[in-house]
Design a binder for this molecule. Structure first.
Ligand code: URP
Ligand code: ZN
Ligand code: ZN
Length: 473
């Protein structure tokens, strides 16, 4: 932890908490019992705990007491393609907390030619003044040179960064060529950092887009047509091959298709060290939105890679998660609110920044749904929402052993079997275009607990910036 800015009086006002009679869930099991938290650290777990007088007690009978979720893929206040994603670090993390996410990892993304360290500092500044929950930063490598190499090293040594994202798409802006990917992956391996990859073939997308525009296909549907599954799967396989050449563990971000998932599975079966994440939107909905009669509706579902038409995609992605071929669920929150008449100067698909809004309900919408459909159990929900993050981003590069339970006291208490409409009740962001809009989720947490605050009933109206920490990963 490089900085904890919780004021002492706030901690001392709530420094002893007993969560009683809950089902305490961790990735390795579930027990009935009590959790005693002192000064933001879990001090005791079990039954008949001896605790000091004056401790605040929460009764969690009939409820799951589960670690707060980690959303390792968000883009708050992200400037991209002439727009800025609308939720800032305050609004976005407030919404995340309301949905049971108690930590996020955003991306510092330098422009081509910009210093990585400057981009990192710029993101720290944006986040530090507003963020309401714990957070960390990945850094993107959008260009390649000896200076970038040096900066990667400094970011790891001096700033606790240990993951770098590269793009195989976004030709002419952030896309790297194969030889550059090789260089970045090699450097990541030397540093013990994780390489993350956005896997889509940028050259093919560029050619397909030109052809579609020439044929008069200019609307949001053209975005998906320009980047079919194969284009994602080809890049995914290529990234796996390149990373394996230099023995670098690879983490494929936002896997959106069956064939990309299969490319990862196949690489794993060949012994490559590859991990992958699924976005909540891909588990919750499909590509039919691109054909919606409302331009604005369709445009708000533009994301890269896109949602797929194949109706078996959702089930296949869940299968990959259940079978541990893919490992984490995240939101890829990038809330560009696309209005035809506004901002983008043009309604042409190539001018629309990709990204969707789903931070609020990322955890509830995906993991609780999967649990209530008995596709996964609550322990597995812990694994994909919390534990795997630590395994890949903290333990894997040899930065210390498993995270002891005392280090992650954030807990969420789930109320079971309560239907709610995600949009109507809990949206706390500036956005009204959540991709999980109008869908029911089976339950809602009744409290979330971060070291300095207990917040009832799934709300986070009282959060503020002083409750956050920037965590060195
Ligand atoms: O469209 C998505 N998924 N995100 C926007 C930028 C990125 O990182 O690809
Ligand atoms: Zn991406
Ligand atoms: Zn992203």
């Amino acid at each position: 932890v490089v900085g904890s800015r919780c004021p002492t009086e706030q901690i001392s006002a709530q420094n002893r908490l007993l969560i009683k009679n809950g089902k305490i869930v961790n990735e390795d099991g579930m027990v009935d019992g009590d959790v005693y938290v002192e000064d933001g650290i879990i001090k005791q777990l079990g039954r008949n705990l001896i605790i000091p007088g004056g401790t605040r007690i929460i009764d969690a009978r009939g409820k799951y007491v589960i670690p707060g979720g980690i959303d390792p893929h968000t883009h708050l206040q992200f400037e991209f393609m002439g727009a800025v994603s609308q939720d800032d670090f305050y609004q976005g993390t407030k919404a995340a907390l309301a949905g049971g996410t108690t930590m996020i990892i955003d991306f510092a993304i330098p422009k081509k030619g910009e210093s990585l360290i400057e981009a990192y500092e710029n993101w720290r500044q944006k986040a530090d003044e507003k963020v309401c929950c714990d957070y960390g930063l990945h850094v993107a490598v959008t260009w390649w040179s000896d200076k970038v190499k040096e900066e990667m090293e400094l970011l790891c040594k001096d700033h606790g960064v240990n993951s770098f994202k590269v793009f195989m798409a976004y030709k002419d802006s952030m896309m790297l060529r194969d030889n550059e990917l090789y260089g970045v992956f090699d450097k990541c391996r030397q540093l013990g950092a994780i390489a993350q990859v956005h896997a889509e073939n940028g050259d093919i997308i560029d050619e397909n887009t030109k052809k579609l525009l020439a044929n008069g296909v200019t609307g949001p549907e053209g975005h998906a047509l320009s980047r079919p599954e194969d284009v994602e799967a080809e890049a995914t396989n290529r990234a796996c091959v390149i990373a394996n050449q230099v023995s670098c563990p690879l983490y494929v971000v936002h896997v959106m298709s069956k064939s990309a998932g299969s490319a990862i599975e196949s690489a794993q079966s060949r012994g490559y060290q590859v991990f992958g994440e699924v976005i909540a939107a891909a588990v919750g909905t499909d590509g039919s939105h691109y054909k919606h009669s409302s331009w604005r509706h369709a445009a708000n579902y533009i994301m890269s890679p896109p949602l797929r038409d194949d109706p078996s995609t959702q089930e296949a992605l869940v299968d990959f998660l259940v079978n541990k071929k893919l490992n984490i669920i995240q939101s890829d929150e990038t809330a560009f609110y696309k209005k035809k008449e506004q901002k983008f100067g043009s309604s042409i698909m190539t001018r629309l920044p990709p990204g969707q809004h789903n931070m609020n309900d990322c955890k509830t919408h995906s993991e609780e749904n999967l649990c209530s459909a008995t596709l996964i159990n609550p322990c597995e929900a812990c694994t994909i929402s919390f534990e795997n993050f630590w395994t890949f981003f903290h333990d894997l590069p040899g930065r210390g052993g498993p995270v002891p339970i005392q280090c992650h006291p954030d807990r969420v208490i789930w109320r079971t079997l309560l239907q709610r409409s995600t949009f109507a009740k809990t949206q706390l962001t500036t956005q009204n275009n959540d991709v999980s809009q109008q869908q029911n989720v089976p339950s809602q947490q009744s409290y979330w607990i971060i070291p300095s605050l207990i917040c009832p009933d799934g709300t986070s109206h009282h959060v503020h910036n002083s409750q956050s920490r920037e965590l060195s990963l």
